[in-house]
Design a protein around this ligand. Structure first.
Ligand SMILES: Cc1cc2nc3c(=O)[nH]c(=O)nc-3n(C[C@H](O)[C@H](O)[C@H](O)COP(=O)(O)O)c2cc1C
Length: 312
């Protein structure tokens, strides 16, 4: 029997597989036994009721999906009164994704979530910060440090910081999050992208640009997990284009302790279960007794990672 348990800070999960925020909701319980998941992660919630972005909000582009859903949210009061209750029946720990437009408002949302039933907070710091011209908090080390420090003071729950792949220096952002008190990193959110319909000459998304996800972004996010794992000692949850157990293994070898599955669930609602079963099969085939042994197992080619950016 392979031991699939992993630890993220103080939290022990029965396996390393969980949904990516925004690609999963309570309704999936009809087709997917949530109890089998390592954790469940909610769609990002905001303080108050919010609408979403203009339509069309999604487009299939190449080997991935473009979306600009925005963050439609029913707000914290609804979440506490209803959504937490919906998840109470499930044994998997509940990770609540949150965002806000300023560091102070962010901390306020997190403070209001100090309620029973929540296992960890995932701070979606890939969202726009209105105090920095709408640039996402996680674009820069300084704004990352400022918001994570405020969030750290606002909760005793484990705090995960979800980074954006759109920054030029993800290792510096990762270090800033760690030094400001994050217990784990989620690497990463969607890649800023766009697509134009050549028949109509219209951008395919109502808000012109959006986030790219799915298989096409896997090598990008995987590279960032590798860089972050070299930069920090806190656990990393890998996210981006994971659809199979082999994808999850690759992320773990690059340094991830756990993985999130997003777009693949839209294609195959049971994708996460295939990843869990496939991890067991992989470890059995390789004679690996504990899945956690995969983390950081990529072999060394004798190069120093900080010199890699200089290579062509
Ligand atoms: C339709 C859609 C909605 C999303 N909503 C959120 C969200 O609310 N909060 C968040 O942090 N990430 C959100 N994401 C990003 C995913 O959580 C994930 O980081 C990204 O899609 C990359 O993983 P994937 O390639 O497995 O989909 C969303 C992605 C998609 C496709």
């Amino acid at each position: 029997m392979v031991d699939l348990r992993i630890k993220i800070g103080g939290l022990t999960l029965k396996n390393p597989v969980m949904p990516a925020s925004g690609t999963f909701a309570e309704g999936l319980a009809r087709v997917l036994p949530f109890d089998r998941l390592g954790a469940v992660v909610t769609k990002t919630i905001t303080a108050e009721l919010r609408g979403g972005n203009p339509t069309p909000r999604v487009a299939e582009v190449g080997q991935g999906m473009l979306n600009s859903i925005g963050i439609p949210s029913k707000g914290v009061p609804y979440f506490i009164a209803h959504t937490i209750r919906d998840y109470e029946r499930c044994s998997a720990p509940l990770v609540v994704s949150v965002s806000a437009p300023t560091a102070e408002l962010f901390a306020d949302v997190v403070r209001r979530l100090n309620v029973p039933g929540i296992a960890a907070i995932e701070a979606n710091i890939s969202c726009p910060n209105i105090e920095e011209d709408g640039k996402a908090f996680a674009m820069r080390a300084k704004s990352t440090a400022a918001v994570v420090a405020q969030l750290r003071k606002a909760t005793h729950l484990p705090l995960w910081a979800k980074l954006t792949p759109n920054t030029g220096d993800v290792a510096a952002v990762a270090r800033a999050a760690e030094q400001s008190g994050a217990d784990a990193l989620v690497v990463a959110n969607t890649v800023l992208a766009m697509s134009i319909d050549t028949e109509t000459f219209l951008p395919r998304l109502g808000s012109i640009m959006g986030g790219y996800s799915g298989p096409a972004i896997k090598p990008i996010a995987l590279r960032m997990v590798y860089q972050c794992a070299k930069a920090v000692t806190i656990p990393i949850v890998g996210c981006g284009g994971i659809a199979t157990a082999e994808d999850a293994v690759e992320y773990m070898l690059a340094g991830a302790t756990a993985v999130q599955v997003g777009t693949a669930t839209f294609v195959r609602p049971n994708a996460m279960l295939d990843v869990i079963d496939g991890l067991t099969a992989f470890c059995e085939r390789k004679g690996i007794p504990r899945v956690s042994a995969l983390t950081g197992g990529v072999k060394d080619r004798g190069l120093q990672v900080d010199k890699l950016e200089a290579l062509p």
